[in-house]
Design a protein around this ligand. Structure first.
Ligand SMILES: Cc1cc2nc3c(=O)[nH]c(=O)nc-3n(C[C@H](O)[C@H](O)[C@H](O)COP(=O)(O)OP(=O)(O)OC[C@H]3O[C@@H](n4cnc5c(N)ncnc54)[C@H](O)[C@@H]3O)c2cc1C
Length: 414
């Protein structure tokens, strides 16, 4: 067993953990990020980088490099049903005054994470350990968290730290160490996730439609579409029992443009079920341990906002805690005893409102989508004219303000 020391130990190398590591290292704070996988190449990662995050990348001087990773750009938010358009909102028209970006950039998340790691490694205080799985916390005699335990290459390691951060996503084992329970908002949807070839002449934008039987979101990943097919929660066994040909037919009826390729789904191994949950911790911190990103609040894929909120949490954390952490680096005991419990709650106070409001809108949106997908045959999918006017008017303007520009967007303080 080895023992090491750092100032901040971060569990999880997702958008929240890597961005926090970069920002703290940039301020001179020593950080170690533990990531259980060997790389960032995973299919289920979100790819939508919204203006609230583009601004942050710009502030960090990374926007030109990021631009080279972008595979598609969305300049409007559009929700369509198989019977016609519900919402179509040009982003420029609802951008807050002075907004620099009016597009959602589609870039594979592993490319974004690799870029952030490269930048972070320019700072001497940054360290990332891949294939390092957090297994628990270290506590002092008073029960305060003073670091993390992790497993690497079959061996146990102890990482002593002034502050430990749970940024290890919605299945974070560290949630139990905070121990105050979650507020569950429920979710009526699950996602069936698969790949289909993409032709070069096809649109680069994200393609989404809701139809009877499911909702579809296809994300451009260069030579293939990463497809999310939204269905009612708990119906996957029923869908499998009906057989793959019936599933292909169901997908094709919502997205006829991919019908000619659906034979690429050869077995159920090609279709993965991703369970959707929307929930948040009642309390994000206990002395010595703070949760951010999905570990603090699991987001639905609705609106493609989870990555962006995770990054915003990281920026808020670095802004609010960075200066104290720098002081703590010089005198860890004083920090742990005097400052630490008092300041960690600032992060939740700052980020609770955007999280709660975004989750509420996601839940409303999910309920609506599932209602459309279950519309009886013969009834038009588009709602009556007054509701449609509301959707195309105020709702159209509100959606991008919440999901794209963000409620209380964060700026890198220094
Ligand atoms: C089907 C689906 C589609 C989605 N699509 C989008 C989208 O298009 N756009 C969007 O913005 N959001 C999307 N989201 C939401 C988004 O994925 C999350 O909100 C976001 O990834 C949260 O970032 P995070 O850094 O908090 O956690 P994560 O991205 O979950 O990262 C956590 C990291 O911690 C690591 N880890 C876990 N346990 C341990 C451990 N014990 N030790 C060490 N490391 C560990 C994991 O390997 C991972 O790298 C989607 C969600 C789902 C379910």
């Amino acid at each position: 067993m080895s023992e090491e020391r750092t100032t901040v130990a971060i569990s999880g190398g997702g958008p929240a953990g890597i961005m926090l590591g970069l920002l703290l290292a940039r301020q001179g704070v020593e950080v170690t990020v533990l990531e259980k996988h060997a790389d960032f190449l995973r299919d289920f990662r979100g790819d939508t980088v919204h203006p609230m995050t583009l601004d942050i990348l710009d502030e960090l001087g990374l926007i030109d490099e990021f631009d080279r990773l972008v595979r598609g750009r969305m300049r409007a938010v559009r929700f369509a049903t198989t019977d016609g358009e519900l919402v179509h909102q040009d982003l420029r028209a609802v951008a807050p005054r002075g907004a620099r970006f009016a597009e959602i950039a589609l870039a594979p998340q592993w490319d974004l994470l690799n870029l952030l790691v490269r930048k972070a490694e320019e700072y001497p205080g940054f360290r990332i350990v891949m294939e390092a799985e957090t297994t628990g916390v270290l506590r002092d005699h008073a029960g305060r968290v003073r670091g993390l335990r992790y497993r690497l290459g079959g061996e146990e390691h102890l990482l002593h730290a002034v502050l430990s951060v749970a940024a290890d996503g919605r299945h974070s084992a560290l949630r139990d160490e905070i121990g105050t329970g979650v507020v569950e908002l429920g979710s009526p949807i699950d996602v069936l996730w698969f790949r289909i070839d993409r032709r070069e002449d096809e649109p680069t934008e994200l393609r989404g439609t809701i139809g009877r039987g499911g909702g579809i979101v296809a994300i451009n990943r260069g030579d293939y579409w990463q497809v999310a097919f939204l269905v009612r929660k708990g119906t996957d066994a029923e869908i499998q029992a009906a057989g793959l040909p019936a599933f292909r037919e169901r997908v094709g009826s919502v997205a006829p443009w991919m019908r000619d390729r659906l034979d690429q789904l050869r077995s159920w191994d090609d279709v993965k079920l991703l369970s959707v949950t929307v929930e948040r911790l009642r309390q994000w911190a206990v002395p010595g341990l703070l949760a951010i990103g999905d570990a603090a609040h699991t987001m639905s894929p609705m609106g493609g906002v989870g990555v962006n909120l995770a990054v915003s949490d990281a920026v808020a954390t670095a802004n609010l805690l960075g200066p104290d952490l720098l002081r703590a680096q010089r005198d860890p005991d004083r920090f742990a005893k005097v400052l630490n419990p008092a300041i960690l709650d600032r992060v939740q106070r700052r980020r609770q409102l955007p999280t709660t409001l975004t989750q509420r809108v996601q839940v409303l949106g999910q309920d609506q989508v599932i209602r459309f997908t279950e519309s009886p045959e013969g009834r038009p999918l588009l709602p009556p004219a007054p509701v449609l006017a509301l959707l195309r008017g105020p709702v159209s303007r509100m959606i991008p303000r919440v999901f794209v520009y963000g409620i209380r967007p964060e700026r890198v303080a220094r």
